[in-house]
Write a protein that binds this ligand. Sequence first.
Ligand code: SAH
Length: 591
Amino acid sequence: MGVLSVLNFTGEYHLMIGSYSINYLTNKIKILSKEKVSKFILVPTIDQELDQIETLLRDYSDLIDIELIKLDDFEKITEYLFKLGRDEVNNVIDRVWVNLPSKITGNSTIEYNQIKQNIFQQCQKNRIPISSLHDSANSRFHLIPTIKNEKTGIELGISTNKNGCIIGTRLLKEIEVKFWKHNHIDKFLENIVSLRNSLKQLKSQNDNINDDLWYQIGLIAQDEEGWDSSKFNEFVKEEFIKNNVQKFETASRWLAQMIQYYPLRTLNTISLKDLLQNDSNDMTESLVSNTEEKEASFAKEASLNSLLQNISEKLSADKQTIINNESTTTTTTKKQSTVKLVGSGPGSLSMLTLQAIDAIHSADLILADKLIPEEVLSIIPESKQLYIAKKFPGNADSAQQQLLNKCQEGLDKGLNIVRLKQGDPYVFGRGGEEFLQLNEYIATNNLDAKVEIIPGLTSALVGPLVADIPMTMRNVSNEILIMTGTGTGGNLPVYPEYKKERTSIFLMGLHRVEMLVDNLVNDKKWDDETAVCIVERAACEDQRVTRTKLKNLVEVVKIIGSRPPGVIVMGPAVNALVPDNGELYTIKEGL
Ligand code: SAH
C-alpha cells in the first residue's frame, strides 16, 4: 500500500541508472525537468543506446550529464550517489531512477537483478529515495498516471497501489473524456485561479484586510488536508457586507462559495466584474446559457435525462392538447405568463416530481437558489436562461432581492419563469413571501400573469429518513418539530422547552451550533445526552450522516467540518434503528 503525496523536486539532482526503456527515460526527463529538477546524471546501459537518446540529449543538454561506465562497476555508482549531488545536501544524490530490464522483460535477468538489488540496498541504507522500473521490490516510490493543467498546476492522479492491473490509466482516460474535457475543467481551473489572483492583488492593495478571512473561506494558498472547513459557512452580518472593504470581502466570499457549490459549467465564465458587483444587475450575462460559450453540450447524462425528457415531452404534449382544445372555444390569442415556485427536493434527481420536471422544460427563464445541486441543474436544457442566486450565509436578503428583481423583469417581458427552490417552497424557502410579492407586482403593473406553487420533498423530512431516523415511532417519538437554527437577520429564534418523545429537526443550524447547543442546554434545559444526528447533503451522492450526543455536538462539528447543506435531528428516534455505540461520534458516508 502507499500514500499519495506531492513531492517538490525543485533544484534536485537525480541519478538515472540505465536507459533500457527509452520511453521511460524520455518521459521522466520531460516531466521532471518541468518540475525544476536541476540536473540529471545519466548512466546509460550500453553505448549504442546513446544514438537512440540523441534528441533527448540535445534538447536537455544543459540538464543532463552523461557518465559512461559499466553498470556493474558498483564502486563507481556508489561514488556517484555520494559525490555528484548538490552542495546543500552534502553532495548526496536526491533521487535515483533505475531503468533496467525487469525479471519479466529482460534477457540476462540474473545480472541485472543483482545490480538493481545492490543499488537499492545502498540507497535504502542511506535513505535516498529510489524508483526502479517495473520492480516494486527495489523501489520506495513510483510516479502515477495523472492529468494536469499546466497553467495552474492542478493535477489529478490515480494509484491502484499495484492491485488494479493498470486500471488506473483506464480510469484516468474515462475521467479525462467524460469529466475533465466534458466539463471544460481546464477552462474552469484557469478562470478560477486567475480570479483568485486578481482578488489577491486587490487584497494586497488594502492593508486593512488580513489573511484570516481568506484562510477561513479557503482562498489562501494552503493544503486542503489541513483546512478547517467548520467556519466556511459562518454567518456574516448584513452591516458587514456594506462598506468598501467589505465589498472585496463579499467578492471573496462569493468566489469561495461558487467554487464549493456552483455547477462547474457556470464557473468557466464568472468574471471579476461579476464578483465585485453587488447589485442586482449583474451576473445574468455570465451565468445564463450562452450559446457561444457552450458549443459543447454539458451534462446530458444520457439515459436518465432522456427518460426525463420523454416524461416531460409527454406532459407538455398532454398540456398542449388541453390548450389546443381550449383555444377552439376561446378567442384569446395572448398567452398568460406564469411564475412557478417549484420545489426541487433535497437534491437528487430521483426526488424531483414530474410536475417540477415539466415546469423546468416549459419555462423560458429559470431562477435557481444557490444550493440547487448540479444533478438537478443538469436537466435544465441548454436553451433555457439560467440564473443562480449569489448567496452566502448572511446576504440572504440581498440574494432574495436579486432573484425577485430578475423575476419581475421576466414578468415584464411576458416570460414563463421557474423559481427553482430547494426542498419545498413553503418550508423555510421564503415561498410565502415571494407569492405575496409577485402577486402584488402583477396586480400593481396590471400584468397578465399568475403565480403557481409546485411542491417538493422537503429536506426536513427526507433528511431524517435517509439517515434511518423514523421521525415518529410508538414509545419513541410522537411529535415532529421543524425549526430553523438561524432566525431573521441572524438572530436566534425562540427555541422550545425540552420534551423527550419528540423529534426536533433544525434547518440552517450547522453554522451556529455553539449558540444552538448553549441555548437548548442552558436556557431550555434540554437533556445533553439527547441523541443528535447531522444529515448533510441528504439524498445526494456525497451524503454524510454523523451521529453524536447534544453535549458533544459542538466538538464534533469542529472535528468533521461542514458539508452543506445539512439538517440537525435531535431526539430518541435518532437511535431507534441505529443504536448508540458509545463513541464520541459515528459517520456514515454516501447514500
Ligand atoms: N425549502 C428547503 C429548505 C430551505 S432552507 C426544504 O424544504 O428543504 C435551507 C436549509 O435546508 C439548509 O440550511 C439545510 O438545513 C436544509 N437542506 C436543504 N437541502 C438539504 C439537503 N439535501 N440535505 C440536508 N439539509 C438540507
